[in-house]
Design a protein around this ligand. Structure first.
Ligand SMILES: [Zn+2]
Length: 152
């Protein structure tokens, strides 16, 4: 079984696609053409394609959060080393303590915010997966209802 999805609304257009053939979406009327070099695929192959059609911003947002996470780690490391170098250079009483505290706080704080960024990126991906699986399950249930198994 192979699915072709509507490029506009995401519903199943056909489950027996032929290369280079056009299919009209039963829901919104959009005509979807299968590529001439089309090779039937499984439902799983369409996952990223379908979800990012519906939520085009999410992929970018996920990338931005990952990028931010790494930037924060980089800045925290720079801050940590600068504070340490300064602490070694000016090793006098209260200033030394402040610099050591700054280096520790930048490491812990940076790590914390980086973790939050990575967690946000991954929770978006988890939501996408859940949404996608739910929709796939719904599509399959509808198809089963539409094409019931012949009674023996
Ligand atoms: Zn449609």
């Amino acid at each position: 079984m192979s699915f072709i999805y509507c490029s506009k609304c995401g519903s199943v257009v056909t489950m027996v696609p032929k290369p280079g053939k056009s299919y009209e979406c039963q829901k919104c009327g959009t005509v979807v053409k299968t590529p001439s070099d089309y090779v039937p695929k499984t439902v799983a192959d369409y996952k990223p394609f379908r979800t990012y059609i519906r939520y085009p911003a999410l992929k970018t947002i996920t990338t931005v959060f990952r990028f931010l996470g790494w930037i924060i780690i980089l800045l925290a490391c720079i801050s940590f080393f600068i504070s340490l170098i300064l602490a070694v250079k000016y090793n006098s009483g209260s200033l030394l303590l402040t610099l050591l505290l700054t280096s520790i706080v930048s490491l812990i704080g940076g790590g914390f915010w980086a973790l939050i960024c990575f967690a946000l990126a991954e929770s978006i991906e988890v939501s996408i997966d859940i949404e996608e699986n739910t929709r796939t399950a719904k599509d399959i249930l509808e198809l089963i209802k539409k094409y019931p198994r012949p009674s023996q």
